[in-house]
Each structure stands twice: as structure tokens, then as C-alpha cells.
Design a protein around this ligand. Structure first.
Ligand SMILES: NC(=O)c1ccc[n+]([C@@H]2O[C@H](COP(=O)([O-])OP(=O)(O)OC[C@H]3O[C@@H](n4cnc5c(N)ncnc54)[C@H](OP(=O)(O)O)[C@@H]3O)[C@@H](O)[C@H]2O)c1
Length: 313
């Protein structure tokens, strides 16, 4: 099969087209013919030796987690998926997922059926970003009607889905982004837009219930100032350092540091929101599998609206 290999840790140039034997499913796994693979920042972080490299490496390995495709066969014990099913998921994260390839194997419970109206490229753009948003907002912060949610870094992969999931849960959403993305985010359900180049995140909202931090670095601690006492900081981008945790304790704010997990049931919930029109996924750009290096350059350069995807077949 055609695949991309991270030959050594480094820049986008280490992403190398290779020919490999397709993997074989063991018991409880299915073999998926991949039609499209989605990119996430963790792909390039891990490629360069950080991210989840401690678990996904060492090179050479096939990068990528987000996949959408068709089940072609299954190992012993699989009952909920059949050959021919259109499925999507982010198998094995944070271990290597092998997504940039024509075939992957996946534990069947880590996959879900793709909603009818979604094509493979849209479906491949969803799993990691949507599960991050779902697990953080719903499982972690229990966002519900009446809450005010501030999404910091809202125009990217996780942010544009988080805005929609929070709005679908009945929350009022404040979103930070460059000005040119404000109309885009308003259409997705953001109530108030804040120019991230003009307003510090701590002043982007007041007494908000939940902050979704997708920027990290010094912004994580700064974002605490927007929360009410008893509010929740979802430190998704970088987690929280000791100083942030101490500040949060002083301010009476709860800090969660979620790491997304493969979750077929969570994906079913996301698929339900997509099917009822409450969530739409936006694909910024599509690259051929062999151009994975250019796709990484695109995502790393910033300014992406939604998601970057590889067309595999
Ligand atoms: N903990 C987890 O499980 C988990 C899961 C998924 C993602 N993540 C991490 O969360 C972060 C976001 O992921 P993603 O997929 O959404 O990335 P992305 O698609 O690259 O989007 C990041 C967004 O943040 C914006 N941004 C950057 N600096 C900003 C600032 N100072 N103020 C406001 N917005 C800013 C970017 O805008 P511009 O492009 O305009 O600069 C972009 O829209 C990444 O660090 C990723 O690794 C963690």
C-alpha cells in the first residue's frame, strides 16, 4: 500500500512516500480502506519529536490519526461493523495510528459510522478535533443552557467545532480570532467575536463559565481573568503550568487538562449533531497523500480556517 513515513524526527521534509505491506486486523479490530486522512497540530508536533512522540515514535513510523474510509474485513469478535460500512475515527491515539496510508486497522469500538451527508474528506476532518471539543465541553465541563463559553483560538480545527458544540448545548459563545474570521465564526453560532490581535484574552469576556484554551503558552494563565469564581478552564493546547494552577486556585477556578481519547460512542454523538445540522465541519484545504509535507507546512503556517485533509484515494 501507499503510505507516508516519518523517517526521522524533523521538519516537513522527513515525511516520505513509501510502499508498505497493509496491516492485518487482529481480534476486535477492523481493516479500513482509507479514503481521506485528517491533519492535526499533534501530527507536526510529533513529527518534530515533541507532541506524543514518546508513545507514537520512534521513527520510522506512519503518522496521522484521523481517518475516514470503508471497512473491508474484520477480526474475530467484531459484531457492530460490517464490510462496506463507511467509518471514521482516530485509532490508538496517543500510540501511532498509521493514518497516512491506504489501509489502517482499528479497534472497532474506536470507530463510528459516517453520517450519510458527509463525504470522506469532511469525515476525516472530524474525529480528533470534534472528540477533543466533545470530551472537554460535555464530559469535562458539562456545558449546559445558560452557560457562557469563551473559545480562545476559535477559527482552527478544534475551535470551529467547539463553538458549534457549545452553542448546540445551549451556551452563549464568545470567540477569539483574527478579524477576518469573525463572519465565519458568527455563521457557526458564535454570539460575540473578539479580535485576538487587539484585545487580551483576559478581557475577552467577564465572569464566563468555561474557557476553552486552544492557544496555550502565556495565554493559558491570562485566560483565567475572564472566568467567574467556580468557572472551568479547559487547558487543551498546552495543559497548565504550576503558576497557572496556583493562580487558578487563588481565583477559585477549576483547571482541567484533557487529552483526547479514541471514543466511538463520542463520535456517534458528534455524528448525531452533524446529521441534525447542528455541527458542520469546514475543510480549509485538501492535499494528495504524497504531498503530506506541503499539508504540514500549510497547517504550521497558521491562518487555517477549519481543517487540512489528505486525499488518499
Ligand atoms: N489536549 C488535547 O487532547 C488536544 C487535542 C487537539 C488539539 N490540541 C492542541 O490544541 C491546539 C489547537 O488545536 P487545533 O487543532 O484547533 O489547531 P489549529 O487548527 O492550528 O487552530 C489553532 C487556532 O488558534 C489560533 N490562535 C493562535 N494564536 C492565537 C492567539 N494568540 N489568540 C487567538 N487565537 C490564536 C489560530 O489562529 P491563526 O491561525 O489565525 O494564527 C488558529 O485559528 C493545538 O496546540 C493542538 O495541539 C490538544
Amino acid at each position: 500500500m501507499r503510505a507516508i513515513s516519518v523517517e526521522r524526527f524533523g521538519g516537513p521534509e522527513v515525511l516520505t512516500p513509501v510502499e508498505l505491506e497493509p496491516p492485518s486486523p487482529i481480534s476486535t479490530e477492523v481493516l479500513v480502506e482509507v479514503h481521506a486522512a485528517g491533519l492535526n497540530p499533534v501530527d507536526y508536533k510529533t513529527r518534530s519529536g515533541s507532541g506524543v512522540a514518546a508513545w507514537a515514535g520512534p521513527p520510522p513510523y506512519v503518522p496521522g490519526w484521523d481517518v475516514a474510509g470503508v471497512v473491508v474485513s474484520s477480526g474475530y469478535g467484531v459484531t457492530r461493523l460490517q464490510p462496506g460500512d463507511r467509518v471514521f475515527g482516530m485509532p490508538r491515539f496517543p500510540r501511532a495510528g498509521g493514518g497516512y496510508a491506504e489501509y489502517v486497522t482499528a479497534p472497532s469500538l474506536q470507530l463510528a459510522r459516517i453520517p450519510d451527508d458527509l463525504d470522506f474528506q469532511q469525515a476525516a476532518a472530524l474525529p480528533l478535533a470534534a472528540l477533543t471539543a466533545w470530551q472537554a465541553l460535555v464530559d469535562g465541563a458539562a456545558v449546559s443552557p445558560g452557560h457562557v463559553v469563551l473559545v480562545h483560538g476559535a477559527a482552527g480545527g478544534v475551535g470551529h467545532i467547539a463553538v458549534q458544540i457549545a452553542a448546540a448545548r445551549g451556551a452563549t459563545v464568545i470567540a477569539t480570532a483574527r478579524r477576518e474570521s469573525h463572519d465565519f465564526l458568527r455563521e457557526l453560532g458564535a454570539f460575540a467575536l473578539v479580535d485576538r490581535e487587539a484585545v487580551p484574552v483576559g478581557q475577552a469576556g467577564q465572569d464566563v463559565d468555561v474557557v476553552v484554551d486552544l492557544v496555550g503558552g502565556r495565554e493559558t494563565s491570562a485566560a483565567l481573568r475572564a472566568l467567574r469564581s467556580g468557572g472551568v478552564l479547559l487547558a487543551i493546547a498546552d495543559g497548565a503550568d504550576d503558576e497557572t494552577r496556583a493562580d487558578a486556585e487563588y481565583l477559585g477556578v477549576r483547571v482541567l487538562e484533557p487529552l483526547v481519547e479514541p471514543d466511538g460512542r463520542g463520535l456517534d454523538s458528534v455524528a448525531g449533531l452533524v446529521a441534525e445540522g447542528a455541527v458542520k465541519v469546514v475543510v480549509d484545504s485538501v492535499f494528495a497523500l504524497e504531498d503530506a509535507g506541503d499539508a504540514h507546512r500549510r497547517l504550521e503556517a497558521g491562518g487555517v480556517r477549519g481543517k487540512v485533509v489528505l486525499a488518499v484515494r
